[in-house]
Design a protein around this ligand. Structure first.
Ligand code: 5RP
Length: 217
């Protein structure tokens, strides 16, 4: 199967998790885009969705799913989103698409986080994929220097502004053996809005498209 076929397969497998759930959280990215297309047939059951990005909001509206403000939703049962890397403990790197801050808020606010990924995303140790960090623009160089002290190689994602009006630096060369500690350390650097490590709140379930099947972690 091609990577896109695997993405479609995991997107389809995620549908069973949103059955009979009126309000769902929806992530961002090409895997989730397949999920949103498939949701179109499910919309009778879905009252609305909390969206993690402007792009996802547009797509949800296009298939007729009302988009709800998280502030108006007190009970979010499920969040469906992709990932850039997944380790065996279901800790993730996210933010390749730049939507990490809203994604992290919704993941944390949800009872269950179902991650959908193709097998190319599975790694033993996180860090081969550059770790995205959303920063307040004036803190970009400062945060980059702090990341050098932690052994990383920061690269500014030029000409990219997040949905929140901030910038992103991508940190290469990290071998993330203790994702929870690293997430806490980076969270403590002034100017960091969000680090794309989803370890303190990882996924509850990962659906991996592998070969011809979907494996559940
Ligand atoms: C966006 C993300 C995405 O979930 C991640 O980049 C995976 O995207 P794709 O499904 O296109 O491979 O974190 O900020």
């Amino acid at each position: 199967m091609t990577q896109n076929e695997l993405k479609k397969k995991v997107a389809e497998a995620a549908l069973q998790y949103v059955k009979d759930i009126p309000v769902i959280g929806v992530g961002t990215g090409s895997t989730v885009n397949f999920f949103i297309e498939m949701l179109a047939d499910y919309k009778a059951d879905i009252e609305g969705a909390v969206s993690s990005s402007i792009g996802t909001t547009e797509r949800l509206k296009k298939v007729g799913i009302p988009v709800l403000d998280l502030n108006a939703v007190s009970d979010l049962k499920i969040y469906i989103d992709g990932a850039d890397e997944v380790n065996p403990d279901k800790k993730l790197i996210k933010g390749g698409g730049g939507a990490l801050t809203r994604e992290k808020i919704i993941a944390e606010a949800s009872e269950k986080f179902v991650c959908i990924a193709d097998e190319t995303k599975c790694v033993d140790v996180l860090g081969a994929f550059p770790l995205p960090i959303e920063v307040i623009p004036m803190a970009r160089s400062f945060v980059a220097r702090e990341m050098v002290k932690l052994g990383g190689q920061p690269v500014w994602r030029e000409n990219f502004i997040t949905d929140n009006g901030n910038e992103i630096i991508d940190i290469r060369n990290l071998n993330i053996t203790n994702p929870i500690e690293l997430e806490k350390t980076i969270n403590n650097i002034p100017g960091v809005v969000t680090v794309g490590l989803f370890a303190l709140r990882g996924a509850d379930i990962v659906l991996v498209g592998k070969g011809n099947e979907v494996v559940t972690l």
